[in-house]
Design a binder for this molecule. Structure first.
Ligand SMILES: C[S@@+](CC[C@H](N)C(=O)[O-])C[C@H]1O[C@@H](n2cnc3c(N)ncnc32)[C@H](O)[C@@H]1O
Length: 250
């Protein structure tokens, strides 16, 4: 009898532990889901400042031909994908009209603040969505340029993203990009470091820091693709230094 009582008590204890563990995991996941987009939006305001200091010159060079498009087309409508907190608005030509695509709603107030601070740019709309499918929000052949900086590392379906970018661009429209990518040499120390950092970056920032992003741009079927592959800036952590930057023409 005494043995049965002890067994019953142990089962009860185990059950209580299991219930408490499930409750703890549920609470932890909910906290993570609540905190992550807010923390990301806050972090991006800091990142915007430091990345513009680090790669501002690269951005200026990459975006330089926007003025020519504006001259030829009479206006410049830019779709910025993963606009974050509006780090790139400063680099767009006078009177640019910007559609900012951003799935993190906690970035919206920062985007509005950036737009107010860069009055030479007109923020047409902030679109809550993902670049994989914006067919309901942006018409075929309706924008002069698409801009994306440090976005493709977070995009799940990069082929779909490329198709959408091509779809929304006008003929001869340009897709401008600055992206951190996988080190071009397999098994280099940088690439090994990127593979080690991959799970941490995925959990913290939805970022694949070992992505061969250039292969998606190369294969997307643009009329012309022109980019450089090299180090973005020494100011970035080593696993985020390999970059590609340039533009593709529809
Ligand atoms: C590292 S941040 C870069 C933000 C900004 N472009 C910059 O350079 O500061 C990546 C941004 O892409 C957004 N993003 C993630 N997945 C996306 C998707 N599938 N489509 C569009 N934007 C996405 C994130 O919400 C985030 O704001």
């Amino acid at each position: 009898m005494a043995l049965e009582k002890t067994d019953g008590a142990s089962y009860q204890k185990i059950l209580i532990y299991v219930i408490l563990t499930v409750i703890f995991i549920r609470l932890f996941v909910s906290l993570y889901q609540w905190l992550k987009p807010r923390a990301m939006a806050w972090f991006l305001t800091k990142f915007a400042h430091s990345s513009n200091e680090a790669v501002g010159q690269i951005k200026s060079n990459v975006f330089a031909s926007m003025k020519q498009i504006q001259k030829e087309n009479g206006e410049l409508v830019v779709l910025e994908i993963g606009a974050g907190t509006g780090a790139n608005f400063n680099f767009f030509p006078e009177s640019s009209k910007v559609l900012a695509l951003e799935p993190n709603i906690h970035c919206v107030k920062y985007l509005q603040e950036s737009a107010s601070a860069t009055s030479h740019v007109q923020l047409l709309n902030i679109i809550d969505g993902s670049i994989e499918d914006i067919s309901a929000e942006v018409k075929d052949g309706s924008v002069d340029a698409v801009v994306g900086t440090y976005v493709l590392c977070s995009v799940n379906n990069t082929e779909a993203a490329m198709n959408e970018i091509k779809r929304v661009l006008k003929p001869n429209g340009k897709y401008y990009f600055v992206e951190h990518v996988r080190d071009e040499y397999y098994n280099s120390w940088t690439h090994i470091g990127q593979r080690l950092m991959h799970p941490i970056m995925k959990v913290l920032a939805d970022c694949d820091c070992a992505k061969s992003t250039w292969t998606f741009i190369d294969r997307a079927g643009f009329k012309a693709v022109d980019y450089r592959q090299g180090e973005g800036s020494e100011k970035f952590p080593f696993f985020l230094r390999p970059h590609i930057y340039g533009c593709a023409t529809k």
